[in-house]
Write a protein that binds this ligand. Structure first.
Ligand code: NAG
Ligand code: NAG
Ligand code: NAG
Ligand code: NAG
Ligand code: NAG
Ligand code: NAG
Length: 550
């Protein structure tokens, strides 16, 4: 075959196999948007016709959609209802520094997204023109993040049968439950860990009182941790169930009361992409529909081709070691309690031979005057910095995006998780010896803070481990991009795969967990014991009786 023929063949294949894909990605938080955008761009890059559909939740994020190659973008602007009493994730960010998230507290953090999700669902199904346009495109495949399920109702309404879920976290509790995936809370940390040595359960029985303290830090849990992990898992399932139920009320008011709800729509998906790297995550059982595509958000080649600005180059040249500090885009450094900031300054003073770059969002930097080895910056090219050989260590809040980036570039880290899944991500790295995890309250403990910085900057074992882990994740046998393309094409061309849904979803709980079998089995042990005891009693009884009869 001549090269020309091969080329025409490739073009032909590209066109006949090209799928029309609808990716549903609400704009409310950067990490979620970025994950969905990488999936969309990956599919566009491989020749598919992708539409990125964006319900705007937060006006400030409407121009940060993350898609570069995908050109069909349909935005659904905020409705009048959403504008009337605007709420965004930013409404709760300042409380991040002080609030605890565990099975008993911190539930209010979920409120903004709950409200926006329901309002946006109403806006979508009120918009007949938009629905008609989407329907006219005759999409083959629908992809959405199951943080909300209005998207799945939309796919069903448009007649898209081949659906794919994509979770921007490693294990999304409510989706695992709805998909029929085992939770195994005794050794698999749930999406959100409780990381405070906090009184979780107080029990008082007459004059005795027990207090159980828990701080789940990974897969090795004591009783209190397992209790809290169990409660937290069930809290999450219930909390998101409330969001999904409220959405169902909305779309059923448009589509009819017997329109299926999330309990049917979630397991109806043929594949579930998760933002997990198998070699990094806590080992857990999953169903065959779950495909780990963690790493999709890190484009190593693109990052390696980036050059640092002269400003940052000069900063990195100052001293032999440099450390980058960032608490991400949600929690603002300038909103942290004053004594935390003062302690960090003390730590910087104790390491005069290291330059610290701190992402700090305010112009008022008077508190840090006179420190030669500190550079406060409002924005930093994080991935380019992490890729730089001169960068020695990273202090991160443990957002999954940053966690995965630091892993790919092999940097040792101090993790100070603030909320949500960040505790889990941090402990995932600590388990591999690349990171020291601190609680955010440790920012108030100068000795502990100093010792963590000293370890991460001067003990080589963290750097060596980080280098090894980077080698492993860069050499995964199948690249995440390849998985996304192949599985999406597989579903698009041969799906849907309804028979891949575990039958467990249809079973009553006592059958599903085998309690009926255990009960039956145990009667074989209990019955002889019972008979033995009964005859023993009779024996004793009769022996007692013998002398009496003599
Ligand atoms: C959002 O945008 C508005 C103006 O459009 C601005 O006043 C506000 O400070 C922004 N909020 C954040 C958190 O950036
Ligand atoms: C959320 O923040 C915005 C802007 O600061 C404010 O206008 C709005 O009233 C807040 N909403 C709630 C429910 O706190
Ligand atoms: C991609 O899909 C959109 C929406 O259905 C359509 O308008 C466009 O023509 C398609 N592009 C190609 C190259 O097929
Ligand atoms: C910093 O470096 C200088 C010169 O190499 C050295 O004398 C000094 O002890 C170092 N200080 C610390 C705290 O490591
Ligand atoms: C700047 O921050 C300091 C505390 O670090 C505070 O005392 C001062 O009032 C702030 N200045 C302004 C203009 O906000
Ligand atoms: C470095 O850290 C590792 C892991 O915490 C520890 O086992 C080792 O003893 C430390 N080495 C030194 C020299 O402190």
């Amino acid at each position: 075959m001549t090269p020309n023929n091969i080329f025409s063949l490739l073009v032909l294949v590209a066109f006949t196999d090209s799928l029309k894909i609808l990716v549903y990605s609400p704009a409310f938080a950067g990490s979620h948007t970025n994950f969905m955008a990488r999936i969309a761009d990956t599919l566009t890059e491989s020749g598919h016709n992708v539409t990125f559909f964006v319900p705007i939740f937060d006006d400030n994020r409407s121009n940060q959609l993350g898609v570069k190659l995908t050109k069909n973008v349909i935005k659904m602007e905020r409705s009048e209802e959403m504008k009337l009493d605007p709420v965004t994730m930013d409404n709760v960010t300042s409380s991040f520094w002080n609030i605890n998230v565990n099975s008993k507290e911190g539930h209010s953090l979920f409120d903004p997204v709950h409200k926006l999700t329901v309002q946006s669902c109403r806006s979508l199904f009120s918009n007949a023109e938009l629905l008609a346009t989407l329907r006219s495109h005759e999409y083959d495949v629908g992809i959405s993040e199951p943080m909300m399920t209005c998207s799945l109702a939309l796919f069903r309404h448009l007649g898209i049968q081949k659906t794919i879920l994509a979770s921007s976290c490693p294990n999304f509790d409510v989706v695992m439950a709805a998909m029929g995936e085992p939770a195994e809370t005794s050794y698999v940390p749930g999406k959100i860990l409780t990381c405070y040595n906090h009184q979780i359960h107080g029990i008082t029985i007459t004059t005795y009182s027990f207090t159980i303290y828990s701080s789940v830090s990974g897969d090795r849990m004591d009783f209190a941790d397992r209790l809290e992990n169990y409660d937290m898992y069930h809290f999450m399932v219930k909390r998101y169930g409330q969001v999904f139920d409220d959405e169902a009320k909305v779309y059923r008011s448009f589509l009819g009361q017997d329109f299926p709800d999330w309990r049917e729509l979630i397991p109806d998906a043929s594949v579930h992409f998760t933002n997990s790297i198998s070699y990094l995550d806590f080992p857990r059982p999953s169903i065959q529909k779950t495909i780990d595509i963690g790493g999709i958000t890190v484009d190593v080649e693109q990052i390696e081709s980036q050059k640092l600005s002269n400003e940052f180059n000069a900063i990195l040249d100052k001293q032999e070691k440099t450390m980058f500090i960032s608490f991400g885009s949600m929690a603002k450094s300038f909103e942290m309690p004053q004594n935390y900031k003062e302690n960090l300054l003390e730590v910087f003073k104790s390491e005069p031979n290291v330059t610290f770059i701190w992402k700090y969002e305010s112009n008022n930097v008077s508190f840090a005057e006179g420190l030669d080895n500190l550079e406060l910056v409002k924005w930093a090219p994080q991935t380019t910095l992490l890729n730089d050989k001169r960068m020695s260590a990273f202090l991160s809040h443990g957002g999954l995006g940053s966690t995965i980036e630091t892993v790919f570039f092999g940097k040792p880290t101090i993790m100070i998780p603030i909320f949500f899944d960040q505790f889990r991500n941090s402990h995932m790295l600590s388990r591999l010896g690349t990171s020291v995890t601190l609680l955010k309250t440790d920012l108030g403990n100068l000795d502990k803070l100093k010792s963590a910085f000293h370890k991460i900057l001067h003990n080589d074992s963290f750097r060596k481990n980080a280098g090894h882990v980077a080698d492993v994740v860069r050499n995964q046998p199948i690249k995440p991009k390849e998985l996304v393309v192949k599985y999406t094409e597989f579903v698009g061309n041969h799906g849907p795969f309804h028979h891949m849904t575990p039958y467990s979803l249809k079973m009553p709980w006592f059958q599903r967990h085998g309690y009926d079998v255990l009960l039956y089995k145990s009667t074989f042990y209990l019955l002889p014991s019972f008979l033995f005891l009964a005859s023993f009693r009779k024996f004793v009884f009769s022996r007692n009786e013998i002398p009496a009869s003599r």
